[in-house]
Design a protein around this ligand. Sequence first.
Ligand code: SF4
Ligand code: SF4
Length: 375
Amino acid sequence: MVFHVMLVPTLGCPSNCSYCWSSEVDSDLMSIETVEEVVKWLKNFRDDTVTFTFHGGEPLLAGFDFYKKALPLIKKGLEHLKPALALQTNLWNLTPEMAELFSEYNIPIGSSIDGPEELNNYQRGEGYYKKTMKGYEIAKSHNLKVSFICTFTSHSINYKEDILNYFIENGLTLKLHPSLPSMRDENPEEWALSPEEYGELLVYLLDQYLEHMDEIEIMNIDNLAKSVFRRRGTVCTFVDCMGDTFAIGPDGSIYPCYRFVGMLEYVMGNVYDHPTMDDLAKSQPWKLLQEFKEYVDVECKKCTYIKFCRGGCPYNALAITDAEVEGVDPHCTAYKRIFKEITDRATVEMLSGSGMVGNSKRNKNSIMSLMLKGS
Ligand code: SF4
Ligand code: SF4
């Protein structure tokens, strides 16, 4: 896991997606002074290279002037950590001026579309699709790399073929996101996918991906295959994220991850105090996540996949137990299903010789090809 800092300039968002748990009306905007403090804090915090992701709410609400100042501050102030930058946005507020700036800093963009316009707007609100696509066109015309998170819900799972075809036909990179219960949602189950449905969906996408590898990129399947091959997680869900991931809220509060931003009980410190790792380790949220890690060591001990699953996402686990460490990520069933599927298929390929590394006749649409993709 690389060191990852998520900057949340605001929890405000102009869209109103039905299943969203991360926006807050009247949220403050992060000031440039706070970004300066982030830079001062991280200067001597740890030596590893760092990735910053601007996240929300909707981070573009911070405006052009914020980014014009914040980006060079981070790049120059933390030069020794070789900071990489990324942005997660619905693209509604992207202007050509901003796109030009993001292109200068080579910033990859993650956005969100749930499939064809009608289905997308049913889940994300009337008008959403056109506003995002307008921003996407601006991003494309400035050569920005955009990939799309597609949230599958208990509703859209019924249209999975249409959704996949939509992404293939439009040549869009897809990152799957299952709708999940939130700690801040009064009716968390309404849109959530059950673990069984999620497992089925992952296997369906694996099958489809192997057929259409030249036409689409499905980031989750790539990551799952790589995790099995390397026997360690390659995304935060499947590693012990504590200590490698932090999120900074609009006022400089430090949280374990963007999913906790805005919940006071998860504040670990503030960038204005320049806390050390040891200071953060004394905070309650750190202790809670440490407790989760120890729980996983015991509860998942006999699981074949523990090395590259690590009990899944602690937020997901805590969200359904009222913040008590009483279970692992509720998607355990789905993870077991897809890890087994990948492992079994890779074994068959290896035994038949078709998946052997260095075999020039290796089927390009094989699990081994997925595992070795990009290596
Ligand atoms: S809490 Fe979950 S989403 Fe956040 S960094 Fe950890 S694994 Fe990732
Ligand atoms: S698949 Fe389930 S049992 Fe296995 S490590 Fe992951 S959460 Fe634990």
